[in-house]
Design a protein around this ligand. Sequence first.
Ligand code: SF4
Length: 210
Amino acid sequence: MSYAVKEAFLTLQGEGVQAGSRAVFLRFAGCNLWSGREEDRRKAICQFCDTDFVGTDGAGGGKFADAAALAEHVTALWGDGEERRLVVVTGGEPMLQLDPALVDALHAQGFRIAAESNGTLPATPGVDWLCISPKAGSEVVQRSGDELKLVWPQHGIDPAELERWDFAHFLVQPMDCEDRETALDAAIALAMERPRWRLTLQAHKIVGLR
Ligand code: SF4
């Protein structure tokens, strides 16, 4: 199959358990919870998105005819060195496009694959690090993985319910919204009240990385 990539670039992972790790970010175009167009935001299931995932016009983006071509593109972005290659597959919703052929092609290039999904689609087998970020109003079918990242606050989500899911790490991240201070206070309060949760911040935004 072919793949539509919004952008792809080398950076440091900014959030979550693997924050600070060198990684190629591979951002697929498209999401199943919002069209990505501002005029549709109010009626979308997910309304707080801070990401442009529309089209293939970003730096390093484009259309790739097959898995091998995309894996080679990711490898070129990583540059020299075969040690600890890491690709973070995100979106939009990456499970709309990440298929076994691409998993195999990236593994063949020596990459570990971290994926960040909204959990409404089953995760593609073979992903090495799975982060699920649930969105209120959606049906999460992927309830196991490595990292559950809760953007907070979200009305309609009960952290106690999420704690029954099968994840190794539970992270709470303040929502990037107009009222950031209130969101940060809410995230800190949750981590203080429920010790299972750890606070994670979007370090790439704090230090000015992409
Ligand atoms: S699920 Fe993720 S990518 Fe999709 S609209 Fe929400 S925040 Fe954006």
